[in-house]
Design a protein around this ligand. Sequence first.
Ligand SMILES: Cc1cc2nc3c(=O)[nH]c(=O)nc-3n(C[C@H](O)[C@H](O)[C@H](O)COP(=O)(O)O)c2cc1C
Length: 281
Amino acid sequence: MLQTSSLEIPALISRVRNSIVFQAICGRTFSDIELCFWRHPAGVHAEKPFMASEDEGVASRTSDPGTPVSLARMRHEYTDAGLSESELAPDWVTQFGVWLEQAIATPAIVEPNAMVLSTVDAEGRPNSRTVLLKGYDRDGLVFYTNYRSRKGVELTHNPYASLLFPWYPLHRQVIIRGRVERVERAVSEAYFRSRPRGAQLGAWASPQSEVIESREVLEAAWEQYSQRWPEGTQIPTPEHWGGHRVVPDSVEFWQGRANRLHDRLRYRRVNGEWIIERLAP
Ligand SMILES: Cc1cc2nc3c(=O)[nH]c(=O)nc-3n(C[C@H](O)[C@H](O)[C@H](O)COP(=O)(O)O)c2cc1C
């Protein structure tokens, strides 16, 4: 039972802060419990900003006109149980499955299958964007996109990428690096057919990553394709649309811990064999 005497308050705050209900409301823990319940004047639930002192001006920003916020002071301590070599699954795909399921079961993680995909352009400059994981197994992780998009073109020229799952409410991230290949045509087509009609038409209507004149142009194109393939007819998969599979050669599991002594355990493929290494945080 929770004790409420003044002597127990720090412990109580710590227990409330770490409770599932609190984290479900706030999505994460704070070093100051009151921050969670501060209400933005516009009615939007937001965290109370940290007030910046004058000498912190460099790292400050303004979230609200006249409300200084100190990015330099924004931090919170992780109190999670760690990730140890002994509890790690023998292969990356099993370990990834366990963490993905836990992310899916965490209400504060809105799109648990969203991942940040980074590719590199012809000048060696990286580009990042979010895509959705649509399947994974031992062979790799699959997402779908327009092959003529910026990412599609970059992957054609340099078929290597990194994926990052930002599961902040669990104080976790997974970073995957590897070679990228296109998935089999039949697989892309099967997935395309499973998409809602509107999204199928969207794939035809959007010249992804190109500069367009206006939103109206986009909507007119969608309308045109909608008339070409009326409700009830099968929409073919565009040639320029399909899946990519990232075939990992490195998969890092990161778990936040106290005092910034986080756990980083990495599966890395060396000469066809997977090894597990611990990295300094
Ligand atoms: C939550 C979320 C999920 C997304 N999923 C995809 C996706 O699965 N495939 C895709 O092509 N774009 C997706 N996007 C849009 C991309 O982030 C990006 O804007 C688009 O693919 C163009 O990227 P590029 O110009 O770098 O090629 C998603 C965006 C968000 C915010």
